[in-house]
Ligand binder design. Sequence first.
Ligand code: LAN
Length: 642
Amino acid sequence: MKGGSDSAISRGVSYLLSCQHGDGSWRGEYGGPLFLLPNYVIAHYIAGREIAPERAGKMVRYLLSTRNGDGSVGLYDGGPGCLFTTTITYVALRMLGVAPDDEAMAAMRRWIHAQGTPLGAANWGKFMLAFLGLYEYEGLNPVLPELWLLPRRLPIYPGRLWCHTRQVYLPLSWLYATRAKAPGSPLLAALRTELYDRSYDRIDFAAHRDTIAQCDDLYPVTRLMKSVNRVQNGYEAQRFKPFRARALDEALSHIRYEDAVTNFVALGPVNRVLNAIVYHFNDPGGEEEEKAFAAMEHYLCETPRGIHLNGYSSTALWDTVFAVQTLRTVGGDHPKALGAARDFIRDNQIRREMPDRDLFHRSQALGGWPFGDAESGWPVTDCTAEGMKCSIALEQLPGSGVPDVLLAESVRLLLAYQNTDGGWSSYEEQRGPKWLEKLNPSNVFGDIMVEHSYIECTSAAMQGLLAYKKRFPGRSDREITAAVGRGEAFLRKSQGADGSFYGSWAVCYTYGAWFGVEGLRAAGAFADDPAVRRAAEFLLSHQNSDGGWGEAAESCLEKRYVPAGSHCVQTAWALLALCEAGEGKSDAARRAAEFLIARQQPDGCWPKERMTGVFNRSVLIDYDNYHRYFPLWALAKWRKAQ
Ligand code: LAN
């Protein structure tokens, strides 16, 4: 068995090393969400920018491949049919030249009609259609730019929202308030008849503001939101809106700021596309539009399935820190690979502070690490913590590492980001009350209004801070000890009665367990600590008979462990957690290791299985490198425990 694991590990290492990029990083495809590429195509259509035929063909191939058997398209690849994504995919396919009488299109249309037409599509879908004149603005509940003129201390001031929601509803507010609409065209006229089952001109759009198809009603709009919408609609119905011009200027300044400080990469693919649409309407063909469309190319990803849009500009930092930790757990020397990775990590720390950051609601960025490349300028808590851990761990390698002063900035950043409940969020400290979730207009995404404390981010932040404390004893010791203590209390408080830890950024409890246990152990809990024991018991109670673990995506929405067939990556998280919980020598751990060894492919990698990444509770996303390092890391950790 041990011999078997040794050769599995060495084959896994050779494979992993062969995937390293020339710049020292690991990075991968990042697909899954199905609302990204259609937005890209629609933006090009609005701006009258042709997509070259060869590229268009590959996009068509990709979009067609995302259909379910019934013609629908899910919120994510393979997910249950969603009217919002099916509608925008249909529109995108038509813009890319697919004819309406194509059998695929007829099936999609039938499905769209059966769900009640786009009148019931989720919020973002209706917006995208409104920009094209395929849905009327009076059928949208307002997204008022005036909110940006409210006093900052009000809880509903948009600067308090989760950055992704803030950066998406910002351009939406500008587009809504200006009633931005592409000029008519024969294609758009045809789409008006294809999408609806009745004459477009006779639809009373205002009556459909709250219409939502069952398949798109994952997060029903609350009564409070409906009351707020009544007030907003009242304001919008007035002819005289004294603040509108100022509000539009204010919104535009925030949009411009975001692009200026991210080199036009933007926070994510959604606001990248929406900001580009704003620039187009504001100054058609102008410099900002040019830059925005040029930067959109960052997100394109070519695969054998065709061309699609990645969920982020890059996954480089995240993949690299885990590949590094895997290689370090394996042991042995990999000076060249680790040296190059160290340099990559060093060079992708954010080394500048955002200008005027208070005015534009940016928290400290200096010293942080992003999820992808430093260029985007948005730090993430756990990426910062993992970046610190790796930089400290690799500092003995020849060459220069991260300067001490910049590591001190990372510590300052993490300390500043800790929430009052002791946990850490994703990009920023929590700025608004949790009840703002009651004003979630999206229909399909959960927990998006404000930042929340997450098990993963909390555990990673604690580990990062403690690594620093160990490396530089005497510096910030008191602050770090206090912060870690509060983080530990948060982790303990968040553990379920059954010992579970809910993971928010991957499916689900196996991922949460790994971070939960690592966090507690880093904070000094022994393996026999009751919380650690309960976490281990929880995992043991869900091991499949083949020795692996498998959880379905439903775990995330339903917030309970929904078992599924064993999955190499989920098994790896469970095994990593068990080893950390002192169960490395157990029979269960041995069976998990055997499961992983048996599943390894001849090339040294593990098979690509169900997607395991998740965001906003409802959307799966594909971390293309997870199967390359997590099973290997778990095996190596298990081997060390023998
Ligand atoms: C990500 C990717 C990385 C992820 C981790 C670092 C893994 C996590 O621990 C913290 C949250 C974070 C940074 C994260 C947040 C949400 C993102 C940015 C994504 C899942 C990638 C794509 C997603 C983004 C919201 C997609 C665009 C869609 C919208 C609804 C705006």
